[in-house]
Design a protein around this ligand. Structure first.
Ligand code: ATP
Ligand code: MG
Length: 543
């Protein structure tokens, strides 16, 4: 602590202007200044030429949290946030006759920052020495409000950025699904034509497996954008986890122990089993990567938990959750944990700290959690490990019946090619998609009519209405989309059978396709076998 011998002027007030008082005598003038000094709302601090506090009025003391006695005799650096050099420089300028007006920050006794608009000037003290008179207004509230506004703006921009990233990811995923459908479909057809070429077939298998990995990435992107394939059923979370065990065991590093603590009394949750599985996979993969080939423990547990609003306030999914019971999925690891800054960015799409990471796992998880009206909580310490807690409410998501096509196993490689008769009208604005579908369907013996857009489909349908067994309609087409095209076709033949297909596999499309009377919805990319099986069932009158 720095305390200097206080000059005897500290109890007197600056008297330079006392002449103004006219008829007032010196002691009455002093009493008046004393009252002004003590009662004025603004802050007044008197310093000597070296920056030592000679006096401070109650207003200043209150704002800065010190008693007057604690300040007297101490250098301004006790509370000023300015460096010693800045203080010295300012003192020199003041003593040279400058009047300084600036915004300064002081440190309150409790450590918090206070901001002031300050006007400083040099004066002559009663003992003739030179001093500094500092008058200031506390503008802390205003500065804090401005900073809060800036922070809100920053968060808003960040949210906007994520929203457009989501839209972009959804759009790219949609186009990729179209392209992948063509790639996978053609490879499958090619391998059917090459039955006795083991070398070539192995290469084609690798190509399909790479395309499947790409399809996995688009699934992650679609999940984040909230446009993922969404089939709601009553899901047993424990069963979902058990169904993934084999996959999890090959995913986690050899040195990690994977432990399951599944609560058998867990109620069913309304959700999409495939997406919930995706969440489990993403969380366990991250846990395993956090162990980085070191021995460690990964625990996957489920439980039923009553969550109050305090607990739910830590939800990172950005949605507000009602207090109540939740089915909880928890994945803990004893891995590297996360610094605060990593935790902040954890859910940003494409944020990764890994060399080969894509930064999609957690953002996809977030998309799925939001889509299920759930929540996610993160508890992590650098070097100590991480626990991710995912909450799913029961009964909040509407159940709807889903068309059955997408559930079918690819049949092409397993069952013999069915011999079908009939005509299919295929409507897709993408030429490569049309020719791939044509090739697949023709192999079954079906006749295929191609249309490049909805209106052409309507006119072709009019010409061949009696021959057409079913219509395969792409959803997103310019002018007349798949749904509207079906409405037009119905005007000519109300009982026409139609299958909807789309690279956007979101819940609403799937749901609407049922409402609009499509016999099935087949999400892209699909395997040739799935399309053939679908055609077989329609031709057999099963759909
Ligand atoms: N269990 C965990 N322990 C430590 N850090 C984690 C954990 N989970 C996520 N992280 C951090 O969050 C980042 C983002 O995770 P996310 O799963 O989204 O992407 P990724 O794992 O890097 O790549 P991808 O999942 O697309 O392969 C990771 O790079 C990592 O830094
Ligand atoms: Mg990951």
């Amino acid at each position: 602590m720095e305390r200097e011998a206080q000059s005897d002027c500290r109890v007197s007030r600056p008297e330079g202007n006392v002449a103004h008082t006219g008829t007032m005598n010196a002691s009455r003038a002093q009493a008046l200044y004393q009252s002004l000094f003590e009662l004025m709302p603004g802050s007044v601090v008197l310093l000597n030429a070296r920056g030592v506090v000679l006096d401070a009025n109650p207003s200043f003391c209150r704002q800065i949290g010190y008693a007057r006695e604690e300040l007297l005799g101490r250098h301004v650096s006790v509370f000023s946030k300015d460096s010693r050099e800045t203080i010295e420089r300012n003192l020199a300028r003041l003593l040279a006759g400058e009047v300084l007006e600036h915004v300064v920050s002081n440190i309150h006794k409790d450590g918090s920052l206070r901001h002031y608009e300050l006007r400083e000037t040099a004066i002559r003290l009663p003992d003739g020495a030179r001093g500094i008179l500092a008058l200031s207004n506390d503008i802390t509230r205003r500065v804090n409000a401005e900073q809060e506004k800036l922070e809100l703006q920053r968060q808003f921009l960040h949210a906007e950025k994520l929203k457009s990233l989501g839209l972009m990811a959804g759009g790219i995923a949609h186009d990729f699904n179209n392209l992948l459908a063509v790639i996978v479909g053609n490879i499958e057809m090619a391998s059917m034509e090459l039955p006795h070429e083991p070398g070539a077939r192995a290469m084609l298998r690798e190509a399909v497996s790479a395309a499947n990995r790409a399809a996995h990435l688009t699934r992650q992107m679609l999940a984040y954008s909230g446009r993922g394939h969404f089939v709601v059923t009553d899901v047993d979370l424990n069963e979902t986890i058990r169904g993934t065990t084999e996959l999890l065991n090959v995913t986690v590093s050899k040195k990690a122990s994977l432990e399951f603590r599944l609560d058998d009394s867990l109620p069913l949750v309304k959700g999409d089993a495939a997406q919930l599985q995706q969440v489990v996979m993403n969380l366990v993969t991250n846990a395993s990567e956090a162990l980085a080939d070191q021995p460690g423990l990964i625990t996957v547990s489920t439980s039923l938990r009553e969550c109050d609003s305090t607990f739910l306030s830590a939800n990172r999914a950005g949605n507000s959750l009602n207090p109540g019971s939740y089915a909880v999925l928890e994945v803990s690891d004893t891995g590297c944990g996360m610094e605060e800054s990593v935790q902040q960015q954890l859910f940003d799409p494409f944020f990764t700290t890994k060399f080969v990471g894509r930064g999609l796992g957690m953002s996809a998880t977030l998309g799925v959690v939001r889509g299920h009206d759930g929540g996610i909580l993160v508890s992590s310490r650098a070097g100590r490990g991480t626990t991710m807690t995912v909450l799913f409410p029961a009964g909040t998501v509407e159940f709807f019946k889903t068309p059955s096509a997408q559930k079918h196993e690819p049949a092409a490689n397993k069952s013999p090619m069915p011999a079908l008769t009939g005509t299919v009208l295929v409507v897709d604005d993408e030429a490569i998609m049309r020719s791939m579908i044509e090739r697949v369907l023709k192999r079954t013996g079906l006749r295929v009519i191609l249309a490049t857009h909805g209106w052409e489909a309507v006119s072709l349908f009019q010409q061949h209405a009696d021959e057409i067994t079913f219509v395969l309609l792409d959803l997103s087409m310019p002018k007349l989309d798949g749904m509207k095209t079906l409405a037009e076709l119905r005007r000519h033949r109300p009982e026409v059978k139609a299958v909807l297909t789309s690279g956007y596999n979101e819940a609403s499309i799937c749901q609407r396709s049922v409402q609009e009377g499509f016999v099935a919805f087949i999400p892209k990319p699909y395997q040739a076998g799935a399309l053939i099986e679908l055609a077989r069932r329609i031709c057999a009158g099963e759909l």
